[in-house]
Design a protein around this ligand. Structure first.
Ligand code: MIG
Length: 800
């Protein structure tokens, strides 16, 4: 007799019934669903598990393809083993469970034997055995500790206005994490865009797990010897940043909102008058006519072209706000045309969805429809014609008043129709894509800059991501640093937070500290909300203005180094702002110093609250020079440093090679002298210095200048390899600054000898000796050895 009460339990992947070897891996059938293993590289297995008739091939995130025949298969009575040159995947037959080991059989990652992969209704989960001492890092824009052990998270892109420091989820989802245990590590990328859940031993002591509300269990297991190698694997799958326009990594000034045009020009002029470097003024929603995208408010901005031309003459680019909501209003071109071209999201009965946001009731383009993306892209012509090169994508979670986007909306998914349940998390990602690809077509070979709030794994291919509506207080400032550290672990190398805080009013010290940390972050923009106090670098009084000027100048001095870091990110996925877990994953102390990070390979930044005068810092292994006076500290220890608000704790690693330049007013300023700072150390070191024109895609046709700079303490030489690429560097002179060296006398370059001067100097050189207010002892100085030589693209060898 059938019972009238429905019983639901977890169904687990069962016994292997049959399997088949394919070119790409194996296909297997079990008593409770089937699986497929594919190899993407010697270090990457993809595992798909389903109860459907077929495997779902669709992904917006993954741009890599499986590799053919790079494994051997060993069939034993109780297991199948796939072996590559680097790892083994052991599949037990009854029940089917997966275990990744290294070639010696050491376990890297394994299914929880009792639980494995299982379904509860449509929801699918993979349970992994919690390894002894296992730590978990990653997941991108998530609050919580660097080590995520003991916590659980949800991926469901959300408009998180004024979020708290433990809130989850936020705006952008990247379901990728790295597990670390027994000196081994692996990455898991769960490529399923439905609402998903990660549990790293929260409320249990048995497993870590990842689940999705629906869809396929489809994940990539990435093995690597280092965190960097695993990030490289993840970004091999999901892509890397393209070189951003150089101006976009300069300082950007934003507020909600600058208007009218005169005000915008005044802000720009003030930067120049006050000698504070900057590259961008951002126009938030008030430039539009009644918040209608692709229009201009005729009163506030009667002649946008003239304003933009004037801004450009002052060395500023403009970034404009682009919201996805298109106002329902007959006669409004974007609305009429969008309806005609059938590009908006609809309910299943065919009625176009309306949601309410700034312009009133709106339709929303379906960015998962190629036709809608194309349509959206063509609309950027109007901006391009005005000379706008930057586009800011906001509210794309999708945010609407009420925040409960209906789940039955239809998303095209490139013609494979689906609903909000699968579409929500990729909406911002595909909006950024439409914007980037569309703008690129309109800009005649110039690089656009795109910034987005929502995103998903792979969004890094289309632009930068910022952390949304943060709040003006110290803990939120530090939270932003941790979010960017974590986003860097998940491919988003170009990320940042609103300097000064969006919600609420910053105070003097807070802004000063925030701008100094932001100057050493990938995406550097000051922003604040409507009706909050002014928050430009000069809005907090003279001392703060000086502090801001000094740190912004430091960033501009460091641009040759920073731009090279962006190049590295575009090649390997290595983030610009590097969580200490990348270089020091096994140093347990770093997990208690989660705010600290390396800015590139050599600059250690230790963010600290604005109201503290002293702080504890963990210096990782090696030796470190204090930025301000060159004092050397041994690593692998905690130290206490003073940290008055004008002295952010920053340390330079021994062996550092920092290509720098004199401070300039904006990134486009040309100067002919490369300043090469080298910090003495015991070991040889190197840095790949990269330059290109900063604005076009010609770098993709070798129009770059790339050279390896090496420092060899044993032979007492610094060499700059012959430049590769067609770009002719503007540098004519080379000034070297040797830090931490004894008096040298002279330096040889080819057959010439040049004198080396011993000078008193600080890397923080534009610094004025102001400081009456905070610190009577000035900023500190060190003795460095300085020589002025000739820069040439040929091999250069400097010795002493
Ligand atoms: O409902 O465009 O996060 O940076 O200034 C607020 C106005 C909409 C949210 C963004 C914020 C921006 C603001 N936007």
């Amino acid at each position: 007799m059938a019972s009238s009460v429905k019983s639901t339990t977890s169904q687990r992947l069962g016994k292997l019934l049959q399997y088949q070897q394919t070119d790409l891996g194996i296909l297997g059938e079990t008593s409770e669903g089937k699986f497929r293993v594919q190899l993407y590289s010697d270090l990457i297995f993809r595992i798909s598990i389903t109860q459907e008739d077929f495997f779902d091939e669709f992904s917006y995130s993954v741009i890599a393809s499986p590799a053919t025949k790079k494994f051997s298969l060993d069939d034993k009575s109780d297991s199948l083993t796939l072996t590559t040159s680097a790892m083994k995947l052991v599949i037990s037959k009854n029940p089917v469970r997966f275990k990744l080991t290294d070639l010696h059989g050491e376990v890297i990652n394994e299914d929880e034997a009792g639980l494995g992969t299982a379904w509860i209704g449509e929801q699918v989960t993979t349970y992994k055995k919690m390894q002894e001492g296992e730590r978990f890092i990653g997941l991108g824009e998530k609050t919580g500790g660097l080590d995520r052990k003991g916590s659980a998270y949800q991926n469901w892109n959300s408009d998180a206005f004024a979020y708290s420091s433990g809130q989850d989820p936020l705006y952008c989802s990247t379901p990728f994490y790295i597990g670390i245990h027994h000196q081994q590590m692996y990455g898991v990328f769960f490529d399923n865009t439905h609402k998903s859940f990660f549990n790293f031993g929260a409320s249990n002591n048995r497993f870590s797990s990842f689940s999705a509300d629906a869809g396929e269990m489809n994940y990539y297991l990435i093995y690597g010897k280092s965190v960097a190698e695993i990030i490289q694997g993840y970004t091999y799958l999901t892509g890397r940043i393209e070189m951003p326009p150089l101006w976009s990594i300069g300082y950007q000034q934003c507020r909600y909102s600058y208007y009218p045009d005169k005000e915008v020009l005044t802000i720009a002029r003030t930067f120049r008058e006050k000698d504070i470097p900057a590259d961008v003024i951002v126009l938030d929603i008030h430039y539009m006519d009644a918040y209608k995208i692709f229009t201009w408010d005729k009163k506030k901005f009667p002649d946008p072209k003239a304003m933009i031309t004037e801004l450009k003459a002052m060395g500023f680019e403009v970034v404009v706000m682009c919201d996805p909501g298109i106002k329902v209003e007959k006669g409004y071109e974007a609305y009429d045309d969008g309806v005609k071209k059938n590009v908006f999201l609809k309910y299943p009965d065919g009625e176009i969805y309306e949601g309410q946001v700034w312009p009133g009731w709106c339709h929303f383009p379906d960015f998962s429809d190629p036709k809608a993306r194309e349509w959206w892209g063509t609309k950027f012509k109007s901006y391009a014609d005005l000379g706008v090169l930057g586009y800011w994508n906001d509210m794309n979670e999708i945010a609407t008043w009420g925040q409960a986007l209906p789940e039955n909306l239809e998303f095209s998914f490139e013609g494979n129709k689906n609903t909000t349940r699968r579409g929500r998390n990729i909406y911002g990602f595909q909006m950024a894509r439409s914007t980037y690809e569309g703008a690129k077509k309109q800009l005649n070979g110039k690089r656009p800059f795109t910034l987005t709030r929502a995103g998903f794994s792979g969004v890094q291919r289309y632009g930068a991501v910022w952390t949304g509506d943060n709040v003006s207080y110290d803990e939120h400032m530090l939270l932003g640093v941790r979010l960017v550290n974590s986003m860097g672990l998940t491919g988003i190398a170009f990320a940042g937070y609103d300097v000064g805080g969006f919600v609420g009013d910053a105070n003097t010290k807070l802004f000063a500290r925030w701008v100094s940390i932001g100057a050493l972050s990938p995406f550097f923009r000051g922003h604040t909300m409507i009706n909050s106090r002014d928050s430009e670098p000069w809005s907090y009084g003279e001392e703060v203005e000086m502090i801001a000027r000094n740190y912004i100048k430091l960033r501009y001095q460091l641009l040759p180094y920073i731009y090279s870091l962006f190049y590295e990110a575009s090649q390997t996925g290595m983030p610009v702002q590097r969580s200490l877990a990348i270089n020091y994953p096994f140093a347990s102390q770093i997990y208690s110093y989660a705010n600290q990070y390396l800015f590139g390979p050599s600059i250690l930044v230790a963010p600290v609250e604005s109201n503290k005068d002293m702080t504890k810092i963990y210096l990782p292994e090696g030796e470190w020079y204090y930025l301000y006076d060159g004092k050397k500290f041994a690593g692998d220890q905690e130290i206490i440093m003073d940290c008055p608000v004008h002295k952010l704790p920053v340390f330079i690693k021994t062996g550092a090679i920092l290509p720098m330049q004199p401070a300039q007013t904006n990134t486009a300023d040309k100067n002919d002298t490369l300043h090469l700072h080298v910090y003495n150390g015991k070991d040889a070191s190197e840095f790949l210095f990269y330059q290109d024109d900063g604005t076009t895609y010609d770098y993709q046709n070798e129009n770059f200048a790339k050279r390896l700079i090496q420092f060899n303490p044993a032979s007492r030489t610094i060499s700059l390899a012959k430049t590769t690429g067609k770009f002719s560097s503007p540098y004519k002179k080379l000034t070297i600054y040797l830090h931490g060296f004894d008096k040298i006398g002279n330096v040889k370059q080819a057959s010439s000898t040049y004198p080396i001067e011993s000078i008193t100097h600080s890397l923080f050189s534009p610094l004025e000796k102001y400081d009456p207010f905070y610190d009577p002892d000035s900023m500190g100085e060190e003795i460095v050895q300085k020589a002025v030589l000739n820069y040439s693209s040929d091999h250069l060898e400097l010795g002493w």
